[in-house]
Design a protein around this ligand. Structure first.
Ligand code: ZN
Length: 50
């Protein structure tokens, strides 16, 4: 009887840097349906903006 414990290791894939930095607070922004939203200060920005 073996008492081996196999812990499945799930290496974290590197996060894709698909966001921008908020120009107000500098936090990470998230793009959603062509809107880039800062979850920190609530600043939204259209993704078509340069
Ligand atoms: Zn912000």
């Amino acid at each position: 009887m073996t008492n081996q414990r196999t812990l499945p290791q799930t290496p974290r894939p590197p996060q894709r840097d698909d966001g921008l930095d908020c120009e107000i607070c500098g936090n990470r922004m998230h793009e959603r349906s062509c809107k880039i939203i800062c979850r920190n200060c609530g600043f939204t920005r259209d993704c078509s903006d340069p």
